[in-house]
Write a protein that binds this ligand. Structure first.
Ligand code: ADP
Length: 407
């Protein structure tokens, strides 16, 4: 292969103005380079014959060359196969920032497929090399200077599209980062509040009990100590929720799978829930018999307790119903309440980490971790958790668990 790196450039090609106008029109209407090339290839082939074309872009993070477009319009080769040869000349064009022409060394070769003429042009925008476009033509004729100049004109236009695409991507990345930052900020302020409130109670009642200038009867002492105990539990729950959420996020939570009898597990869950919420009005409906399933009993109980305590928190006074039904390949557990329900616009976000509905935040305490943890635990069992809710009618959280986690 003979390589000529120096090509006289910038001869304005003798193309029709309406043709250039058409190209500009196409390029101003597309969102990305791939769409630009899809629209351009049929148009430019009338002026400029080639068999294959590949467009590479430099990944700004890794500096690798990404193929954003490859098309074989001619005979003989597939687009995929040509990407490999294109990569070498693509790198050369990008490194040298020059147009590169490669001609077949052996012009005596009869088979046109062994006589590739390759033209590589850099995509440069604001002095930055964003990528390269490579054309290949099998057999003669050689690219004319006008055609090379036209290819340069095209590369300039494509560089504008690539730069625009990079800008849009960068904007999206910054927007995402900003939102993540805001979520974190909100979380830190919620967390401080959540920790400070029980701490305030604990400190207040301990100081009261320690006062030497006052005496308290046994009933008052018990009342204060119960509050301290309750608030300590709340802090402990909050901290274990935080740890769980961090472990789940990094994939470090390991499920301790055992054979679990759901009817026994649910009885335990209700007992514990009643301990925390003595006024809880709960009904259980089980279609007998429920086959044992494979699950982590502690994590599954944690999930159900969370759903029940949410029902108590967000649907105060409303009865809670737990329904367990056997399915052919597993079980379904539903926890329903007849509370205020969850507006449709929030339903898709309700299981997101730190998500809380605005407004509920003013009257209830929470961090937005509960449902996130529930979802992660159920997913770790290869199961699924869904919500059906109507404002004013109530919410039903429905869990599907397979009979066996590993199938
Ligand atoms: P937290 O309770 O700490 O806010 P969750 O992840 O458990 O976090 O719940 C997220 C949000 O979903 C809550 O802030 C609440 O607005 C809403 N929610 C959860 N369960 C119910 C329910 N049963 N009824 C109405 N809203 C609910």
């Amino acid at each position: 292969m003979k390589t000529a790196t120096h090509v006289p450039t910038r001869i304005f090609p003798p193309v029709d103005v309406t043709f250039l106008y058409l190209i500009n029109k196409i390029l101003s209407g597309v969102e990305n380079l791939h769409d630009a090339m899809n629209a351009l290839v049929p148009v430019i082939r009338d002026y400029f014959i080639f068999d294959n074309v590949v467009v590479f872009l430099v990944d700004p993070m890794t500096l690798n060359l990404d193929v954003v477009y490859a098309r074989a319009t001619g005979r003989g080769k597939s687009a995929e196969a040509d990407v490999a040869w294109g990569e070498i000349i693509g790198s050369q064009v990008i490194d040298s920032r020059q147009v590169i022409l490669q001609e077949p060394q052996d012009s005596a070769q009869i088979d046109r497929l062994h006589r590739p003429f390759t033209l590589g042009v850099p995509l440069i925008s604001h002095a930055e090399t964003l990528g390269a476009i490579i054309f290949i033509r099998f057999g003669s004729p050689q690219y004319t200077p006008d055609q090379i100049a036209f290819a340069e004109y095209l590369a300039d236009q494509l560089a504008v599209v690539a730069a625009r695409e990079n800008l849009i991507r960068e904007n999206k990345r910054l927007e995402f980062q900003y939102r993540a930052f805001q979520v974190q900020e909100d979380f830190i302020s919620t967390l401080s509040h959540e920790l400070r409130t029980p701490l305030g109670f604990i400190k207040g009642y301990t100081t009261t009990l320690l006062r030497t200038d006052a005496t308290w009867d046994e009933q008052a002492k018990e009342e204060f100590l119960t509050i301290i105990d309750h608030e300590t539990d709340r802090m402990q729950d909050l901290i274990s929720n935080l740890l769980d959420s961090a472990k789940l996020q990094s994939g470090q939570m390991i499920m301790d799978l055992q054979v679990v009898r759901l009817d026994a597990l649910i009885k335990d869950v209700i007992l514990r829930s009643k301990l925390h919420h003595p006024a809880l009005d709960i009904q259980v409906e089980i279609t007998e018999p429920i086959k044992p399933i494979q699950a982590d009993p502690r994590r599954l109980a944690q999930t159900l307790e969370n759903l029940i305590s949410n029902a108590v928190k967000y649907a105060p006074g409303a009865p809670v119903k737990v329904k367990i039904a056997e399915l052919s390949d597993g079980v379904r557990i539903e926890v329903s309440d007849t509370g205020p329900g969850i507006p449709e616009k929030y339903q898709a976000k309700i299981f997101d980490r730190f998500f809380r509905i605005q407004g509920s935040q003013q009257t209830t305490r929470g961090t937005g971790l509960g449902l996130f943890i529930c979802k992660q635990i159920i997913q770790a069992h290869n199961g699924k958790i869904d919500l059906v809710s109507r404002v004013g009618e109530g919410s039903t959280f429905s869990i599907y668990l397979p009979e066996r986690v590993e199938n």
